[in-house]
Design a protein around this ligand. Structure first.
Ligand code: URA
Length: 287
């Protein structure tokens, strides 16, 4: 992890700028501070990077439960939602050596022709960061820039994501792995089709299994609904700690807005900040 520095004077310019943009003066993520991710009350607009809005089912609603017994700070903000924990499958042929398994997965993704998206791509976008990262960030699918450069979140929304990470003293190179549900660019940045999700999401599941992250931060409605196997609205998924079962181990999942949505709706950045605080509080509760 990047080192946490105390006090505003120790902050990098980008971190200070992001905090100022949010109107945040206090460093809530410093030890002893209080996170404030209140569950949102009002329905949220669609936060997908794509323009379409899918019909949404009503939210099942959270079941309030403390994430970490004995931690007042976390109890006050975090809820475990009773969703069926999705078991992440590991393919039978996975090499025992994690490094080999990772390289094999990279090769498979690079050569994938499992759906029609392979015809329009420049290249697949496997993800970036360290496979040993403690946090996994999951977005939707590559856009035009990502397709060209072969890396996730390299356009405007990627820059915003970098600023958001910097605001909590994390960097995409060292502290997180960033992946998408879909590894090839959908034409015109349309929402991926169910068939494409079905073909591609097993790659993400294998990435999750191999990284075995401490926490998954899901960016946007599409990725959240796919990973949590729900059609609940993003507004009802935020502000809670969900859970995925990875090799029998529960991995907390926090949902936030997609950076592309934040670019269109800057007022919502405060909520994204709250989501980051929730993610940090989850990490602290587990350490
Ligand atoms: N939007 C995403 O969801 N992922 C990317 O990699 C880029 C934009």
């Amino acid at each position: 992890m990047a080192t946490e520095r105390n006090g505003a004077e120790g902050m990098s310019a980008v971190r200070r700028a992001w905090l100022r943009e949010l109107g945040v003066e206090r460093l809530w993520n410093l030890p002893g501070a209080v996170a404030s991710a209140a569950p949102p009350a009002a329905p949220e607009p669609d936060a997908s990077p794509a323009a379409q809005e899918e019909p949404m089912a009503p939210s099942p609603g959270p079941v309030p439960a403390p994430v970490a017994a004995g931690s007042e700070r976390v109890e006050s903000v975090a809820f475990v939602q009773e969703i069926p924990a999705q078991e992440i499958p590991v393919p039978a042929a996975t090499p025992a050596d994690p490094g080999q398994a990772w390289a094999a997965l990279q090769d498979e993704v690079r050569d994938c022709m499992a759906c029609g998206l392979c015809k329009g791509r420049t290249q697949t976008v496997f993800g970036t960061g360290s496979p040993k990262a403690r946090w996994l960030l999951v977005g939707e699918a590559p856009g035009e820039q990502e397709d060209k450069q072969g890396a996730p979140f390299v356009g405007r929304s990627g820059k915003l994501l970098d600023s958001m990470l910097a605001s909590i003293a994390r960097s995409r190179q060292q502290d997180v792995f960033i992946a998408n549900v879909i590894k090839c660019r959908p034409p015109g940045n349309r929402d991926p089709l169910p068939e494409e999700v079905a073909r591609c999401s097993p790659y993400l599941m294998r990435q999750i299994s191999l990284i075995n992250p401490e926490m998954i931060l899901v960016l946007g409605r599409f990725a959240a609904q796919t990973l949590l196997e729900t059609d609940a609205r993003i507004g009802s998924l935020r502000g809670k700690v969900h859970s995925l079962s990875v090799a029998g181990r529960p991995v907390p999942v926090v949902v936030s807005y997609h950076p592309a949505y934040l670019l269109r709706s800057p007022a919502e950045k405060v909520k994204a900040w709250q989501d980051l605080q929730l993610a940090l509080s989850v990490g602290r509760a587990r350490n």
